[in-house]
Structures are given as C-alpha cells and as structure tokens.
Design a protein around this ligand. Structure first.
Ligand SMILES: *Cc1c(COP(=O)(O)O)cnc(C)c1O
Length: 447
C-alpha cells in the first residue's frame, strides 16, 4: 500500500493529497522521520539535513515567488532558491507554462530535439567562449565531463583545483587539501580511492600556481560561492589564463553558480578572462535538472561522436529541462542583472545594519548579484583559510533565529545567499524586520 492520502476516503476536508498521509497533515518532524525510514538521513543532498546547524529541516510543501511553505503551513521568505537554480522566483509563470507545454509533447525521447539546439544556441550567443555546448543532467556531470574532456584533449592526467571551491560530487574533484600549502591526492570523503585523486592537486584560492607540462586542466570557480562568497583578486583569473597558456593546460571555469547569475556572459565576461571550457548547471535549467559543458570548438569536438572522449546520457538534453532553461534565459537580459545587483546590495546592507544594531558580529560581502555571510569581524576572506574563520556556531544561532522569524537561509555557514527577481522591495522589508529580531535573539542566545 502507498500510504499517501486517498482524497476519497481522507477524513481531513480539503487536504492536499501530496502532503496528507491520510490521517491529516503531518508535522515537519513526522514527515522527516518517515522520510528517514526510506531515504538515508531523510535527504537527497546532505546539506538539507541541517547537520551543520542542528535541529530538523522544514519539509517543503510548495513555493511561489520569494516564498515557500512547509507541510505545517508555515510560510518563509526563501533565500535558498534551490541553491541558485531558481532565479526568477519559484513557480514563475513562464517556467510553469514552458514545462507544461513541453510535457504534453513527451518527457524524453532518446533522439535530437529542437529545444536542446535552441538552448545550446542561447548559451553560445551569450557566452563568447562557448562555441559548442553539450548538455547533461547536473553540475556534477558537467564538471566530471569537463575533466575527462581536458584529460583526453591534452593526453595528460593532472588536474589542479582550489581549496574551498566546490565542483559537485565527482570523485576526482573530491580531494582534500591543507588550508595553506599545495597538496596532492588526499581523498576528501570516504569512498574515494586514493587513485581517483592521485592526480588532483589542491592549491590555495586566489594564488596563481606554477604549473608544469603534466597538467591537463585547472578548474576554478571564477567567483567562489561555496565558501561564502569570495571574489577573485585582481590578476588571479588573468594569471591562471597565462599559466595555462604557458604549459598548454585547459582552463575550466566552473560557472555552475555564476553562469547567468552574475550577468549574461557569466563571471568570465564580468572579469574579461576567457576559459577554454565552462561548466554550467543551476540557472540554465530554470529549476529543473541540467548541466552543460561549453567551450572552444576544437576542445569540445574531442567529445564523442566526433572525437575520442566518451560522453553519453539517457536524459541529457531533456525536453522539459531545456524548455525551462530556455524560458529562464529569455527572461534574463542586462537590465535584470542591474536590478539583481541592486537588490543584492540592499539585502547585504539591511542584514548588515540589523546585525550591527544588535551587536551580532557579521559581514555580508557582495560580488555582483551574489551575497555571502561571515560571522567574523576581521578582513573579508580571500581564500578558504580566511573563510574558515567564520563562527559556525554564531551562524547556526542566526540561522535558527531567522527561520523562527520566517526567513529561510541555507543550513550551512559556507553557502551563498541567493537573491532573485521575486525578492522585491516588500520582501526585502520583510527580511529586514525579521533580521533585526533574529540578530537580537542570536546575541541573547550566545550566553
Ligand atoms: C552546485 C555546484 C556544482 C554541482 O552541481 P549539481 O547540479 O549539484 O551536481 C558544481 N559546481 C559548483 C560551483 C556548484 O555550485
């Protein structure tokens, strides 16, 4: 038996059959505990379990615009926005219309389609370095494909990554490193064999490493947005470009977050540095599962069927995800990013004012349209060692106080704060009111 609600027999009048278990509407805790009996830890992406902030997650019933509702009917202003995948706001009418229209024509075929062509063209037309684009189903698949491609193209094995950057759950990129020095080949999690990271070098962010001719690729978040938000220092991205050129390595920008989030041309346009390959995800799927690798034609055509580097995906170029992605990109032009940058600055300002008024130590750096948070009073970080100075306990207190005031931030001290087109001035006012109370509570709870 599937123990979900049967509306014909349910005792709860007008219940939502998606949420209802047939015995009325469950609490977040009941729902989460039941999930944990079917799904390890009750989540499908580890951060959602609230482990680093403590407590239990809210279980989302639905969302619209800047808001989401949990199964108990509590409403939150959502600053997670699917970790940046949603930029127009939840359930935006152009996305839901595109998704429904696409679904009525079939959900996957295993053959070429017009929509994947149009989305590839849309990316190619907006991001100059992307002469060709290949789709897959997640950012993780995009980064793993980009690394395989770079290795196949160069005939070399070594990959350089930066401490505190995140490239998804790909074995070769899940390497741990010491915070200061360059290190080689330490698995970042159980289950990654030493061999999978033996050719992965981890170096500090914002310092240009000296490469040699064993290096296939340097992969970097051109704006680091998984250790709070850290901008590239002047000369860093240019230096990587020059160093890759010097030794013939492939420069990969991981723009899974920054792509179509900070501007039409991504971080590469904002900083004027051209990578060989770019990975995308999040925004380009309009909130549906997607990933993409784009880049120089010569490198991209090393992928099968033209070249020797294998890539495949049953659902890759999916008609619904590409429809949603196209609809999203069509809404995102230059003016939109001006507005988002303005809102990002306003959000950072009001959060900073609220914390200052309560004596809660926190800083909110803004890079383009991205906002970070550090519970630390010193210099803003330029690398992971600096980011780690944030007071994770203080973040957890602020996070829970905000949640009680009806504002959902990410349940982790190193995530970005995502402001989108649905975060209007009214919503920002709502956040300001909540933040003033929450900062005071977070200070009171510190003792
Ligand atoms: C989210 C993210 C990924 C992984 O994307 P998924 O779709 O979660 O697999 C890769 N790189 C960066 C920079 C990301 O932020």
């Amino acid at each position: 038996m599937i123990p979900l609600c049967d509306p014909e027999r349910c005792a709860t009048a007008g219940c939502d059959p998606v949420i209802c278990t047939g015995a009325g509407v469950p609490s977040n805790d009941e729902m989460f505990e039941r999930s944990a009996r079917a799904i390890p830890g009750g989540v499908n992406s580890s951060i959602r379990a609230f482990k680093s902030v403590g407590g239990r997650p809210y279980v989302v019933a639905r969302a619209e615009g800047a808001h989401l509702w949990d199964v108990e009917g509590n409403r939150y202003v959502d600053l997670v926005q699917s970790y940046g995948a949603v930029i127009l706001g939840h359930a935006h009418p152009v996305i839901t219309a595109a998704v429904s229209a696409a679904a009525t024509g079939g959900t996957s075929y295993g053959a070429p389609t017009p929509r994947e062509m149009k989305l590839a063209e849309a990316i190619r037309d907006r991001v100059a370095s992307c002469e060709r684009v290949r789709f897959m189903n997640s950012g993780t698949e995009a980064t793993s494909t980009s690394v395989r491609l770079a290795r196949g193209y160069t005939g070399r094995d070594r990959v350089v990554i930066f401490h505190g950057n995140f490239h998804g759950a790909t074995d070769a990129l899940l390497a741990a490193g010491g915070s200061g020095v360059a290190t080689l080949g330490i698995p970042g999690t159980a289950g990654v064999p030493a061999g999978a990271v033996a050719e992965t070098m981890v170096v500090p962010y914002n310092v240009v490493p000296t490469l040699d001719e064993t290096v296939a690729a340097v992969i970097v978040e051109p704006i680091a947005a998984n250790m709070g938000v850290v901008a590239p220092v002047p000369g860093f991205l240019e230096g990587l470009r020059a160093e890759c050129d010097r030794v013939g390595a492939v420069l990969i920008f991981d723009e899974v977050i920054s792509g179509f989030r900070v501007g039409t041309g991504g971080a590469q346009a904002a900083y004027g540095v051209t990578p060989d390959l770019t990975t995308f995800g999040k925004v380009i799927g309009g909130g549906l599962p997607i990933g993409a690798v784009g880049g120089r034609r010569e490198v991209m055509e090393t992928l099968t069927p033209l070249g020797s580097v294998f890539h495949a995906g049953t659902l890759a170029g999916n008609p619904i995800a590409t429809a949603a992605g196209l609809a999203a990109l069509n809404e995102l032009d230059g003016d939109v990013y001006e507005l988002l940058a303005h809102r990002a600055r306003r959000l950072a300002g009001l959060l900073g004012d609220a914390c200052a008024a309560a004596g809660f130590v926190a800083q909110f750096p803004v890079v383009g349209t991205l906002v970070g948070m550090y519970c630390h009073g010193g210099d803003l970080p330029v690398d992971f060692a600096g980011a780690k100075l944030t007071d994770e306990q203080a973040y957890a207190r602020f996070f829970h106080a905000m949640l009680r005031e009806g504002v959902a931030m990410a349940p982790g001290a190193y995530e970005a704060i995502f402001v989108g087109l649905a975060h209007t001035d009214d919503v920002l006012d709502e956040i300001a009111t909540a933040a003033h109370r929450a900062a005071a509570v977070a200070v009171a709870n510190a003792d």
